[in-house]
Design a protein around this ligand. Structure first.
Ligand code: PEP
Ligand code: MG
Length: 571
């Protein structure tokens, strides 16, 4: 037996035979074409067949995965009809007299590299979408068959370099027990879909495709992020037990879906979800989310060639608010710029984009963009329980300026006779240390705080969250972080306001007891983390955890904090 570790992308245990989903041979030669019109026609044909196929896969995905995930294929179909993508391919054939394969490959590679260069993980994963579409078109140009996982008819674990969204959409849960890949992260489409299909998955193992061979027995442990090849009988027995335990645990979690989140001493905290699109709301409700704690609106602006209109945004915000009913929905205004690029905005390249022109800094300069978003939000406010928060606030004057613009747009709408809710809370993300340090002053003016630890940690520790070489410094349990978090919570409470957290730390099982003890009011996390968190909190006494506060805040290292929490909470 041999074992590998990777990223636990979707929980559960799978035990079955290896099915290798090999990529087709898409190699080609560069040739010169004289009749460029015929070559362009050949390209158009390949595009047309690919479109037909994707329509079919989309319908299939709608049936097996639901509308929400089928939308990925709408995005793929858009790539195929996007003039920004297709025109340069046709132009290349015409001007450079190259064959369609070369023109397609070079143009797609240019776009893929552009997306991959972005510091935002979500955007980097979008490069995979273009790659997926390109491979399909290429296979039709070359007339090679594309792999079809829908044909699998025995129990298997799929082993692949990466699973494309179209591969994933064709998976039949009856036979595909799990999958594992060489590459990918927790936010890759394959991982998102695996969670939605509830198929155990481990991604990013680096070498599974060369380590595994066809029909070999394999165990995928999507709880720990482990893959075992040729397990012994004892290991198989142990994992079958783990599988049964996990199924039981899921049944236990599900019982809490409609329950409030109460600690063992009956204190309520709110468990909310982070979302990126209106389609994500289904998963929030299925997982018993008590609200949306962070709606990252930037996805409305990405993957297109121009800014979204006010009406487009209004529809998205209204949809989220309506689906959530009277549950709170915290919408973050645009956090773009720096690491999250928009090619159509033509922002200058920066040496340190994380410290640069982004989020509220950009919005306060490009007030045209900001006002459009605020108007859309204000118009949607009557459809639910909306709270608005500004990202990357470093100074009180930024907050005041942003709030003034918001109130100005509210007055404009009222003058125009448009109804706007009168109970919208206005808060900020605390992700810059300066704001955490003077949270007391902020608390007098804001309605709430949401602590963005993903950024707060990197700024506090001066450790780029994307840089693996300094990842050892990226320490959520570092006492410096805990002191800042505590400062924000105390400041909020002193003014009768609430404090939430929407960074990844909020769903972390070591951080949860600490945050509960510090008095955090709202925890916002990925939807599938909600029920495990609710289960954990029901066994924790807030009073007891609060009694450790001074001790934890006075500790010297993250290791001490972690060891202490593990001991006190039996982890
Ligand atoms: C954060 O910084 O913690 C956060 C939630 O925002 P993002 O990850 O989008 O920067
Ligand atoms: Mg952030």
């Amino acid at each position: 037996m041999s074992s590998l570790s990777g990223i636990a992308a979707s929980s559960g245990i799978a035990i079955a035979k290896v099915y290798k989903l090999a990529a087709p041979d898409l190699s080609f030669e560069k040739t010169t074409v004289e009749d460029t019109d015929t070559e362009i026609e050949r390209l158009n044909q390949a595009l047309a067949i690919s479109k037909q196929e994707l329509e079919k896969i989309k319908e299939n995905a709608k049936r097996t995965l639901g509308d929400e995930h089928a939308e990925i294929f709408s995005a793929h179909l858009l790539v195929l009809s996007d003039p920004e993508m297709i025109n340069p391919i046709q132009d290349k054939i015409k001007s450079e007299k190259v064959n369609a394969e070369v023109a397609l490959d070079e143009t797609a590679t240019m776009f893929i590299n552009m997306f991959k260069a972005m510091d935002n993980e979500y955007m980097r994963e979008r490069a995979a979408d273009i790659q997926d579409v390109t491979k399909r078109v290429m296979s039709h140009l070359l007339k090679v068959t594309f792999p079809d996982p829908a044909l699998i008819d025995e129990e298997v674990v799929i082993v692949a370099e990466d699973l494309t969204p179209s591969d994933t959409a064709q998976l039949n849960k009856q036979f595909v027990k799990g999958f594992t890949t060489n590459i990918g992260g927790r936010t890759s489409h394959s991982a998102i879909m695996a969670r939605s299909l509830e198929i155990p998955a481990v991604v990013g193992t680096k070498t599974i495709t060369s380590d595994a061979s066809k029909d070999q027995l394999i165990i995928v442990d999507g709880i720990e992020g482990k893959v075992i090849l040729d397990p012994t009988d004892e290991e198989v027995a142990a994992y079958k037990q783990k599988q049964a335990d996990f199924e039981l645990q899921k049944k236990e979690w599900a019982k809490l879906k409609d329950e409030p989140t109460l600690s063992s001493d009956q204190v309520h905290v709110e468990l909310a979800a982070n979302i990126g699109t209106p389609e994500d709301v289904v998963g929030v409700l299925e997982n018993g989310g008590e609200g949306v704690g962070l709606y990252r609106t930037e996805f409305l602006y990405m993957g297109k060639s121009e800014l979204p209109t006010e009406d487009e945004q209004f529809d998205a915000y209204k949809s989220v608010l309506e689906q959530m009913g009277d549950k709170p929905v915290v919408v973050r205004t645009l956090d773009i710029g720096g690491d999250k690029e928009l090619n159509y905005l033509d922002l200058p390249k920066e040496m340190n984009p994380f410290l640069g022109f982004r989020a509220i800094r950009l919005c306060l300069e490009r007030t045209d963009i900001f006002r459009t978003q605020l108007r859309a939000l204000l118009r949607a406010s009557v459809y639910g329980n909306l709270k608005i928060m500004f990202p990357m606030i470093a100074t009180l004057s930024e907050f005041r300026e942003a709030k003034a613009i918001l109130l100005d747009e509210k007055a404009n709408l009222t003058k125009e006779g448009v109804k706007v809710s009168d109970s919208i809370e206005i808060g900020i993300m605390v992700e810059i240390p300066s704001t955490a340090v003077i949270a007391k002053q902020f608390a007098k003016e804001v309605d709430f705080f949401s602590i963005g630890t993903n950024d707060l940690i990197q700024y506090t520790m001066a450790a780029d969250r994307m840089n693996e070489r300094v990842s050892y410094l990226y320490q959520p349990y570092h006492p410096a972080i805990l002191n800042l978090v505590n400062n924000v919570i105390e400041a909020a409470h002193a003014e009768g306001k609430w404090a939430g957290m929407c960074g990844e730390m909020a769903g972390d099982s070591i951080a949860i007891p600490i945050l509960l003890g510090l008095g955090l009011d709202e925890f916002s996390m990925s939807a599938t983390s909600i029920l495990p968190a609710r289960t954990q909190i029901r066994d924790l006494s807030k009073k007891e955890l609060a009694s450790y506060k001074d001790q934890l805040l006075a500790m010297g290292t993250a290791e001490e904090v972690e060891a202490f929490v593990k001991e006190k909470t039996n982890q």
